[in-house]
Design a protein around this ligand. Sequence first.
Ligand SMILES: [Zn+2]
Length: 156
Amino acid sequence: MKAASIRRASMDAIVAQAEREFPFECCGFIIGDDSVEDVRPIANIQDRMHAKDPAVFPRDARTAFLMEPKEHLAVMLEADRRKLAIRAVYHSHPDHDAYFSATDRAQACSFDPPAPDYPDIVYIVMSIRAGKFARAAAFAWDFKKKEFAETKLTVE
Ligand SMILES: [Zn+2]
């Protein structure tokens, strides 16, 4: 199973974003190659969708995230243009533990469930308690078990 390895500067940036956006979930991507690694925060539009259509979007941004689609697409195009890999998708859990929820699993398998959209991408979840970073965990697709499982997260 794929292990997660990200740079200290990236970890610091996503932790700062998660604390700043507390009590709401934050989200974004980490893109890079052997020589460069960049964090690309994405706006969480869950609150906007929840306000517009609470029947379809019963959760608000305290317990869910939905990436702003144009920003999401812009990161995909940037990675493609710069020939960088999508290293990780990250989001935060305000006042909840760093686990990969049923919603997270469903969201990570949106195109052709139950197959993962990006089997080679690592998902990082940060637990933020009372506005302060508590812990991060990484999850990746286990090709043998055909499910997401926690994997090693190395910050260097
Ligand atoms: Zn989650």
